[in-house]
Write a protein of this length. Structure first.
Length: 292
């Protein structure tokens, strides 16, 4: 069925007031959107930062009276509404729409990431079948793409691999399909571990080849290859731990790093690694190197 959508142009200070008011008058969903494509870099833990110019979108049943709705919002917020508009939007199968927009992608010479509902474009290539689950890594983000390209260029035949912050398991599974005999994954989110297990099974990878752990349970065994696609802040603060998980002579790839954060991350690893030139894509970077 169609919906009535109200769009309010708000400031961060107005967010809680209007979110509560919209839910009070019967909104079935409330969503915050950036009005100016303004990035938010690594918010503090426990915070939900908003953009300086934010659009608040709320959906109502199609037969909701816009004038009555506006009047009720004015009463609840004790003032005139900020800039706003009402529009009718058609219903759609949101999951189907999202699935249609996620197509197979190639990384490097050999590797394809193929949604589990698609046929592989090149059946004889290295095809990783992926169901992203709860929005974990799909390969579409530049940081994941940078790591996949790096893995595709590595010789992994005799290597143990650690995926630090494994999410969907995409990096570890790619390494296994590219020839690594065994990989380990770790993530702070139990749902990420479940997504990793599901995607490993989808690719015919036995659990003993790809065990996954919460950080507290991770065996402290150095690996030949470590990939960590998380964020710059944790990469810097966890540098001693991550470095210690790479064998001497082993290889490391780090991403989740904005271009302006690259030097800080490089400095945190420079004493332990012979670092390669920084690779960049769409404002994000990958830092790689060999353990001294």
């Amino acid at each position: 069925m169609p919906w009535l959508q109200v769009r309010l142009a708000i400031t961060p200070e107005q967010a809680a007031t209007y979110e509560d008011a919209l839910l009070e008058v019967g909104a079935v969903s409330v969503t915050f959107m950036d009005a100016e494509d303004q990035p938010i870099f690594e918010p503090d833990l426990g915070t939900t930062p908003l953009w300086s110019n934010t659009h608040l979108l709320a959906l109502f049943e199609a037969d909701t009276d816009p004038e009555a709705l506006a009047a009720h919002l004015r009463l609840l917020t004790d003032g005139e509404l900020p800039e706003h508009q009402f529009e009718s939007i058609a219903d759609q199968d949101w999951e189907r729409s999202w699935m249609d927009g996620f197509a197979p992608m190639r990384f490097g010479r050999r590797l394809w990431i193929v949604p589990s509902w698609h046929d592989a474009p090149e059946p004889d290539a290295v095809n990783l079948l992926l169901d992203p689950g709860l929005a974990f890594g799909t390969g579409t983000h530049p940081t994941t793409a940078l790591c996949l390209q790096w893995l595709d260029a590595q010789e992994l035949g005799d290597c143990s691999v650690l995926d630090f912050g494994c999410g969907s398991g995409i990096l570890a599974i790619a390494a296994l399909l590219l020839g690594a005999p065994r990989a380990v994954g770790t993530d702070i989110d139990p749902q990420a571990l479940e997504a990793s297990r599901d995607n490993a099974g989808r690719n015919g990878i036995a659990e003993e080849r790809f065990p996954v752990y919460l950080p507290a349970d991770l065996p402290q065994e150095p690996a030949d290859v470590v990939v960590a696609n998380i964020l710059a802040g944790p990469l810097v603060s966890l540098a001693p731990q991550i470095s210690g998980l790479v064998k001497p002579g082993g290889r490391l790839a780090l991403s989740g790093i904005l271009a302006e954060q690259a030097e800080e991350v490089r400095a945190a690893y420079a004493s332990d690694f012979l670092l390669d030139p920084t690779a960049t894509q769409d404002g994000w970077v990958r830092i790689s190197g060999i353990r001294r």
